[in-house]
Write a protein that binds this ligand. Sequence first.
Ligand code: DON
Length: 607
Amino acid sequence: MQSPIQTYLEGLHSRLAKIQGGAVASYIPELTKANPDWLGICLVTMDGVAYSVGDSEQLFTIQSISKPFIYATALADRGRDFVARRVGVEPSGDAFNSISLNPQTGAPLNPMINAGAIASTSLVEGDTPEAQWRRIESSMAAFMGREISVDESVYRSESETGFRNRAIAWMLKNFGITDGEPMASLENYFRQCSILVNCRDLAYMAATLANGGVHPLTGKRALPAEHVERVLSVMATCGMYDYAGSWLYEVGIPAKSGVGGGIIAALPGRFGIGVFSPCLDEKGNSLRGIEACKQLSKDFSLHAFTRAGDPKMALGRVYSGADAPSRRQPGAELRAYLKEHAHRIKYLCLHGLLQVDGMEYVIRKMREMAPESHSFILDMNLVTGISESAARLLNQARLGFMEDGLAVVFSRIHDRQAIIEPLSKTAGGKDRGFLSFEDNDLAVEWCENRLFCTTTPPPDSVTSLADFPLFRGISAPLLEKVEAVTRIQGYRAGEKILECGQAGDGRIFFIESGQVSILVPLPSGGHQRISSMGPGMNFGEMVLLGQATRSATVIADSDVRCHILKVDDFNRLSEQAPQLKITLLENLTKDMADKLRRATQWISALA
Ligand code: DON
């Protein structure tokens, strides 16, 4: 089945192809060679999927669409304040080539008109024009996701006829807006306008801005995050020149047009759009390009001022540690305690890109739950990112809850910079940082320990086999015989005690002291922890039922001491006292039934 988006674009293309009117640009002679019938449309998603129709591979020169990217490069190289002193952000309401300078300072009103663009180019880093050009090349390549090339004939054509721009360049020099030799950086401006692109390139460049400055396919950051909204702002207010007001009204997406016939539109967090049709209207914007964006915006509800998603969507499922306890095998005391108190551990599954409105809702729900809670686990598995302002709010709330004795920990944010970066960046001075766990099991175990330790410290060792549930109901004399055939073995923290798949060697392990983790290998090569155990717990008992190979890997989390019982010794004792085996197998069955019940509980809690 063809994607409905593709079908829609094909329909739109055939409708727009019928629109006549406008004219190709002629003030740069080389541009008159464009075929007026060319029409291409491309839409790119935030994860880099492109839908394109028509002449989307046709190369043409980028012209003024280069301006927001060069303004971005100047911001990255010189910083906001330096650039702001030399280039304004006010819409001029004039044509793209109008000499719109601030009467007091001589600064061009915004970076989208030629004057502001020529000033922006001059601010790009580089001690020489050649070095400045190399900086422009690498920056544009990062936005495009590929190496750039220049249409030398268009470049020459503009350089030979760019008298108005030369006048503007000298004006800017006269007002001290630009440093150095103005004609040298002006040549770089002409070259940047002559960079060859196609409609797909434009859509990926727009998608890079919409994706917070990161190219959706290469994953390369083309622009520091803090400058993205500034570039999109001037595109929204100035990108379409003296049509900017109507554009924002009709289409509502930050955009930029060029006399080569291209238009880009970048909708933050949603799409990058590239349209190409060389016939321009009287304001120098692609006539069919504008129509394409109007239709897309209307039909896909892309207007930036359309009601954003419901803040409540930030919070998905809420359940408790009673619904999904840790997978460890707690001792009787801990199990009984958790049965009564684990409901005070709350899981909150957060969703999507967390903004302040969604975070406000989440924190409000946490405050409502606080009286009956002890810890909050924020499961971030379905979170795609978090804004700095939302992260700051969450950090403040986390510290506030901590003062009230409630812990707020994160789960499943491992290696996810879109979450870790804003959270780390917005942690205040006194903040000793946030706690995060690779998965919910580790997070809830930590919360269980915290809950339990606030009341009764767990026993850190057991002294006799009688303390082990597997030996419940076995007489003391019989137990002494068993103890006589067991031997004590110590393991260092981190030591592997058993390996998944290794041949069963008939040993059953009874933990006297220390903690172990039970892990199963994952197809990815990693391991998933399925349980953890402490004093009074046993592992490896499946050999009693004739297990040939070990079904999990066991690692010592701390220094561990184990009583090791060999099945052969046990069987020999059981021949003399069959009750031993009967009782032990009964206990084993009960234990397995309990494990099954808890696994079912987990699955239903996560369903
Ligand atoms: O400087 C010029 O005039 C051209 N290189 C770029 C102008 C342009 O693309 C205006 N856009 N609509």
